[in-house]
Design a protein around this ligand. Sequence first.
Ligand SMILES: Nc1ncnc2c1ncn2[C@@H]1O[C@H](COP(=O)(O)OP(=O)(O)OP(=O)(O)O)[C@@H](O)[C@H]1O
Ligand SMILES: [Mg+2]
Length: 412
Amino acid sequence: MNREIHSIGLDIGSSHVRCVIGEAAENGRMNIVGYGEAESRGLRRGIVTSAEAVSESIRRAVADAEKISGLQGEAAMVNLSGEHFRGENKAGVVAVAGAGREITEDDVSRAVESASAMQLPAGWEIFSRLPQEFIIDGQDGITEPVGMTGARLESLVHIVIGPSAGRQNLDKAIRRAGLSVERMVLEPLAAAESALTDDDKEYGCALVNIGSEITSIMIFGRGAVQHTAVFPFGSLHFTKDIAHGLRVSMQEADKIKHDFGCVAAFLMNDEERQQVIEIIPVGRSESRRLSKEILCDIMQPRAVELLQHIAQEIANTQSSIPSGVVLTGGGSLARGMVEIAEQVFDAPTRLGFLDERYFGGLAGEVQTPAWAVASGLAISSIRSQVRELNSHGRSRSKKVAAWIENFREKFK
Ligand SMILES: Nc1ncnc2c1ncn2[C@@H]1O[C@H](COP(=O)(O)OP(=O)(O)OP(=O)(O)O)[C@@H](O)[C@H]1O
Ligand SMILES: [Mg+2]
């Protein structure tokens, strides 16, 4: 174990920026040694609209985390978000040459490149190449082909593409805040790092990260990412519905949502349904009274509608998800979300908390699905650093190492 290994996970969201500072601990664990949160400014649907405002939010979140940890941040693992991401499954094939036809790093690299050959819309780029499996001379299901023998190497790769400008502007905002970017990781992939087990990924499950303005999903199976999708909606829709329906300000609506909101009427008994909430409509000085049932009548149909879009997307992929659905992101915290999601998905559904086997230190302070992304980013960085240290001397190229990242390799 090396206490010198630290990481910064920086989740830059439309409503909050969250920072987690981690330190490598025994047996593949990470101790959380610092955390900080700031309200987010200058982002819309995960995309930077004002670099200066975003930088300021980053500075505040990082400063709080630094204060708690007593450490100074340099490079951060950052989430990549935005409504335009698209995931596609591609296949590539290369011939293996050389003595004994032993597959090298270079062959793997060429096989993944070959799968990545695609026409991109102008201004778009490939963000992630996530290998699913390799096939050697027709033998499928291979995860570590290097060193094996064969003549024909095929690769199946999940490729995520999106517009370059979003990434570049995010990069600028982070640099303005005085940090460099270690790597950018797609938001649901980061959440999966902290909330899913290897078994979940192996047997099949869907991770659904419900943010403020963006909901993203990733479907896992056979230990790899099988599908990615992003939707331009999130928990802010509930706030807008409440503001509109009750004629209150957005701030008041947000407070009502947090304090009294529920998206599953069947969780409330008769007494609770009739409980009265006092609200102050915009432009009025006197309060109005309404029952909790009316608030739920506003929120529940919206929750069902949003979840149905996601359920449809999962159904379209015909994926098998015996490990069910895992919800992360602040939006998953609305009361009744898990229960209503379980009905809509018709699959076991749970909230994605930090896995206690991997997180220690101050993990109890951030043990909510809203921190899954920041914590997942921090532990991803620790895992990469430890792997790099362990493989020191072995000649794995950085490029291949990055692709193999998140792909079956276990934290040793
Ligand atoms: N207890 C709660 N009940 C209802 N809603 C909640 C609760 N806690 C957080 N939220 C909502 O979750 C949303 C914030 O979630 P999160 O922090 O994951 O979003 P974000 O990462 O900032 O945004 P995005 O990922 O969409 O860019 C807000 O809309 C907030 O109101
Ligand atoms: Mg988010």
